[in-house]
Design a protein around this ligand. Structure first.
Ligand SMILES: C[S@@+](CC[C@H](N)C(=O)[O-])C[C@H]1O[C@@H](n2cnc3c(N)ncnc32)[C@H](O)[C@@H]1O
Length: 355
């Protein structure tokens, strides 16, 4: 069941953990190379200190790291590459659903909406949404990946000159200060595609969806994209592609900790592994230690046995009834659902209940 990182992909990594085949434009986007003028208008930032959840996770019996660490600037660019690999079906499926259903969904939400997007990424899907919406009041992308966020905001302003774009850099799990738009808005639409909801443990997903309901306010909307696929074979291929892009994405977590928090990981001493955990209906991304070793992180010595894994991401694949129940508990009422032909990726349109 364990799909180990192919040797061909391992050879893509240079000793500092950068994949050798990433385009120059991607390689340039490491922290420290962010031009000041690009980030000037982004509010918020990501703290430099090693947060407790990193140290606690590495000291836990079952080692784990928060999945936001996958998304430094290089990680964000690698995720963008993953979206284009043959085996990673969720992005293609969701783009097709958005192409088919956005005209109707946008008309249902109506004109002059404030659009919030937690985990906005490159904004490919955002462009489809913004083109379909009637006179949106403003667009607020929220992401931990500062350079990608700022670049995306800048291009969106060029592409949609009438739109106010108000980027917020930060952890969407932490309290966020949302900017006040210049224009008034009739309703809030929270756009949360990419099956990012699957990265949360079900209880945390419910809490997060309830926070989104608070942000959306009474009468607000949620447009969510979630993957319900439980076919092990296609999932393991999607999360461990032949070219090793997902492996490079996962291993970059270690380089990210080295770069940002003076850790001493040797990425070549770890392997990427994708595991389907049927009991919890989730794909797990692991980094497996190839040997017994000790790594320094923020002045702490972290020991690894040979074969010991760090869990870097969970991707829960919630069934439609489970997600419906979660949304309901979180204060959302499901209005419409649009599954793809294989009933894997689904678009969900929900509205806040009497909150
Ligand atoms: C799976 S990608 C989805 C990107 C895009 N929405 C899509 O559908 O293709 C998750 C996005 O969430 C961002 N992200 C992950 N954890 C985050 C956190 N805790 N706070 C803010 N952004 C986060 C990542 O930087 C990335 O852009």
């Amino acid at each position: 069941m364990n799909a180990l990182m192919p040797a061909a992909a391992l050879s893509l990594l240079s000793p500092n953990g950068f994949p050798d085949d990433v385009p120059d434009g991607v390689r340039d986007r490491v922290p420290g190379n962010v031009p000041d003028d690009v980030i000037d208008d982004v509010i918020g930032d990501v703290p430099d200190d090693v947060p407790d959840d990193v140290i606690n996770g590495l000291c836990a019996e079952r080692k784990h790291l928060p999945c936001r660490l996958l998304y430094d600037d290089l990680g964000a660019a690698l995720f963008d590459q993953i979206c284009g690999v043959e085996e990673y079906y969720p992005t293609r499926a969701e783009l097709a659903l958005l192409g088919d259903h956005l005209p109707h969904l946008a008309a249902t939400v109506g004109a002059r909406a404030r659009i919030l997007e937690p985990g906005s990424g490159t904004g490919h899907k955002t462009r489809l949404l913004l083109s379909a919406m009637q006179a949106p009041a403003c667009y607020v992308p929220i992401d931990v990946s500062a350079t990608q966020l700022a670049d995306n905001a800048e291009s969106l302003r060029r592409e949609f000159p009438d739109l106010e774009v108000l980027p917020v850099c930060g952890d969407y799990l932490a309290p966020l200060r949302l900017p006040t738009p210049a224009r008034s808005f009739d309703a809030t639409l929270v756009f949360f595609p990419g099956s990012t909801i699957g990265n949360f443990h079900p209880d945390e997903a419910c809490t997060f969806l309830a926070r989104l309901a608070d942000l959306a306010e009474p009468g607000g909307w949620l447009l969510l994209g979630a993957d319900a696929n439980t076919d092990e074979d296609s999932l393991l291929r999607a999360y461990d592609d032949e070219a090793g892009v997902t492996a490079a994405f996962n291993l970059n977590v270690l380089s990210h900790l080295n770069r940002s928090h003076a850790a001493t990981f040797d990425p070549a001493a770890f392997l990427h592994r994708a595991v389907w955990n049927a009991a919890h209906s989730r794909v797990e991304m692991h980094l497996v230690s190839r040997r017994r070793q000790v790594v320094q992180v923020a002045g702490r010595a972290i020991g690894f046995e040979r074969g010991e894994a760090i869990v870097t991401e969970h991707c829960y694949k919630h069934s439609a009834p489970a997600l419906t129940a979660m949304l309901h508990r979180a204060g959302w009422s499901v209005k419409e659902t649009y599954p793809d032909a294989q009933r894997r990726m689904t678009l969900w349109l929900a509205r806040t209940t009497t909150r």
